[in-house]
Design a protein around this ligand. Structure first.
Ligand SMILES: [Cu+2]
Length: 202
């Protein structure tokens, strides 16, 4: 029984880690191990995370950190549409933020971002990439610090009636994604300062 307990704890930890790092290049191995040695509860959690028949999946998601005196932050990641119909993002929100916080879907043109009130489209059998300088989810009118390493529950409502709920971690804007295969470097202050988005026109 001792073995089982240990395994369960490990699995719970791995599952959480896998969620947090969703899409980080190294999480595939972790997921495979989890599946092999899982208890039933952990197996459920894992298969939910990795369900390939989900209409839309979110990978590589992170929130760009912000201090309390900056009103805006953005969420980036890749939404994959596994169906043969276009699906729109109806809305999204981060749970636990102050009342009055606004959540907007944005696109960027000629260096200026603008709201897409009708919702961004995840093309049929394609991807919607949320990235700096392009489409992104915007958090506005918020005066809370979003510190590196903190996690928020992201809920995305989709036009097909389904939704995605995923824990998303706050990160420094990576200057080069390749360097972030695991999150060991993320608290390194040397990574601060680069890649600031231009959101000042708000
Ligand atoms: Cu924006």
């Amino acid at each position: 029984m001792k073995l089982n307990r240990t395994a369960t704890v490990l699995i719970a930890g791995s599952a959480a880690l896998t969620l947090a790092l969703a899409g980080c290049s190294s999480d595939d191995n972790t997921a495979a191990e989890v599946t092999e040695s899982a208890t039933s509860a952990a197996t459920e959690a894992t298969s939910e995370m990795e369900k390939n028949d989900a209409a839309v999946q979110l990978a590589d998601a992170y929130i760009k950190e912000k201090p309390a005196d900056k009103g805006m932050a953005a969420i980036f990641g890749t939404l994959t549409n596994n169906t043969d119909k276009d699906i729109k993002v109806s809305s999204f929100k981060l749970e636990g933020l102050k009342e009055g916080t606004k959540f907007e879907q944005h696109d960027t043109k000629d260096g200026k971002m603008f709201e897409v009130p009708e919702g961004l489209t995840i093309p049929a059998n394609g991807e919607l990439v949320l990235e700096p300088g392009s489409t992104h989810f915007m958090i506005m009118d918020n005066d809370e610090a979003m510190d590196v390493g903190a996690e928020y529950k992201l809920v995305i409502e989709l036009s097909d009636g389904s939704s995605i709920t995923q824990d998303v971690e706050v990160r420094v804007q990576p200057a080069g994604e390749e360097d972030y295969g695991n999150d060991g470097d993320l608290n390194n202050p040397e990574h601060m300062g680069g890649g600031e988005m231009d959101h000042s026109h708000h």
